[in-house]
Write a protein of this length. Structure first.
Lengths: 308, 156
């Protein structure tokens, strides 16, 4: 348990500032002592021993909190090794986490304010789940945990390396980007598109951003009005013609250019939002290559079911 | 090197635990109970084995001192069975900490063990483990009260 310091020192940091064996051992001894102090606080002095699983969770929480310190430049790796009182650094890390919690709350309000006016059970249950997270999150003892029911699938999921409040912040940032993109289009057309994408879009675990972004990119490829969100059979033939004979790399380049075009048309200037759409475009490439081989793009670029 | 680190840490904890048990002798000797160096060593070794068997981690000196101080005045503990009883109590303690799902504190559990050991168990560790402690942990898990009386309604 005390051997795994990957939460405290992830690979990028370890690569830049590798520790010697002696420094690693010294750090582990200090972390073990800190773990003992945290365990005593956790049990309020009632138990001298805890299950291994509990100790592991407390250890991961300590490492996560100290890693927040490192990332915020409140302390350096050398400070961790040389400082006799890691408890002070832990408290500094907890103060940083408190700031992140406040930021996450403000992000959640923005997400709620920009929620697409589309009924989707998993979306709203996830918003409720994240709201409940702030009541359940115990940043003193389980800072790395994510006590939230998050069912709504993002177009670009949060990376596995994120834990605790960092996961929630990253998730909300991505969700905000998706919401702001969807809100650029007429709500009626978005609902029709979703109906064409998945008849039970209200009840199933689908991502609302993906079909909207895909059709916008498809229309940009055809040189048509992206705000219509409707791709006809003729448009699909046009897109097939554009991609015909191209290898996967060239398909990705075309898709990236189309995504940039969409960003310009909508007026997306935020770098994260731009890269989010570009990545969504690039992720279409394998599906497009497969669809091209069978000559059918209808499951990727959707036609609206009713003429608007 | 990581294995050496764990061993060095365990070694440090063992020395600390053994020193504490030696200090306990000064108190328990008035009850005619005394642990030899070999017995202290065996008790300490058994502590780590018991922790490992029950999947628990302990920081600090451990529970042995509290057990010794709680049971040294028991009429059922003699110099002949002193080490064996403490070994058995230690194993039971860690096992039933798990069974109680951490809902009973160390002091509460030891107090209960001592009370029952001297009372209804009449010095039987088997009765203590298989009946009294099982009942305590089951009732704790389900939220029931513990029956502190015998069949005639008299308290233990």
């Amino acid at each position: 348990m005390a051997d795994d310091l990957s939460i405290l020192i992830p690979d990028p940091i370890a690569a830049v500032t590798p520790l010697s064996e002696e420094e690693l051992i010294l750090l582990k001894v200090k972390l073990w002592q800190l773990l003992g102090q945290m365990t005593e606080r956790y049990t309020m002095g009632d138990s001298s021993s805890v299950p291994v699983e509990t100790a592991e969770e407390l250890f991961n929480s300590v490492c996560f909190t100290l890693s927040i310190c490192l990332k915020a430049n409140v302390c350096s790796l050398n400070d961790l090794i040389n400082n006799d009182n890691l408890l002070q650094l832990l408290k500094a890390g907890q103060a940083e986490i408190e700031k992140k919690i406040a930021y996450a709350r403000s992000l959640l309000l923005k997400v709620i304010g920009t929620s697409p006016k589309v009924d989707n059970i998993s979306y709203y249950q996830t918003i409720n789940g994240i709201t409940a997270f702030f009541k359940r999150y115990d940043y003193r003892f389980m800072a790395h945990a994510i006590p939230a029911d998050i069912d709504y699938q993002l177009c670009q999921p949060v990376a596995d390396r994120f834990l605790g409040i960092e996961y929630i912040i990253d998730y909300l940032q991505r969700l905000l980007v998706e919401n702001q993109f969807i809100n650029c289009f007429d709500n009626k057309r978005v609902k029709l598109l979703l109906l064409g994408y998945c008849p039970d879009y209200q009840g199933l675990l689908i991502n609302l951003y993906d079909p909207v972004a895909t059709n916008a990119i498809g229309l940009a490829l055809c040189g048509k009005n992206i705000f219509l969100l409707d791709i006809s059979a003729a448009d699909r033939w046009t897109i097939m013609g554009i991609f015909a004979g191209l290898n996967k790399q060239d398909v990705k380049i075309k898709l990236t250019e189309a995504a940039q075009n969409v960003c310009e048309q909508i007026g997306i200037t935020n770098a994260f939002a731009q890269s989010y759409l570009q990545q969504a475009a690039i992720d279409l490439a394998p599906r497009i290559m497969t669809a091209l081989s069978v000559g059918d793009l209808s499951h990727i670029f959707i036609s609206l079911p009713i003429e608007v | 090197m990581d294995g050496d680190f764990a061993l060095a840490l365990a070694d440090m904890q063992k020395k600390q635990a053994m020193a504490e048990l030696r200090e306990c002798n000064e108190f328990t000797v008035r009850f005619g109970l005394y642990l030899t160096e070999q017995q202290i060593f065996e008790l300490t070794e058994r502590r780590f084995a018991a922790l490992k068997d029950t999947g628990r981690v302990e920081f600090g000196p451990g529970i042995l001192k509290k057990l010794l101080m709680a049971f040294c005045s028991s009429p059922y503990v003699t110099q002949e069975n002193y080490q064996d009883i403490i070994l058995e109590l230690q194993d039971s303690f860690y096992y039933f900490k798990n069974e109680s799902m951490e809902q009973i504190s160390d002091d509460e559990l030891i107090e209960f063990m001592r009370k029952r050991f001297d009372g209804v168990c009449q010095g039987s560790l088997e009765y203590l483990s298989n009946t009294s402690l099982e009942e305590l942990c089951r009732n704790t898990r389900y939220g029931y009260d513990i029956d502190e009386t015998d069949r005639y309604g008299r308290p233990f």
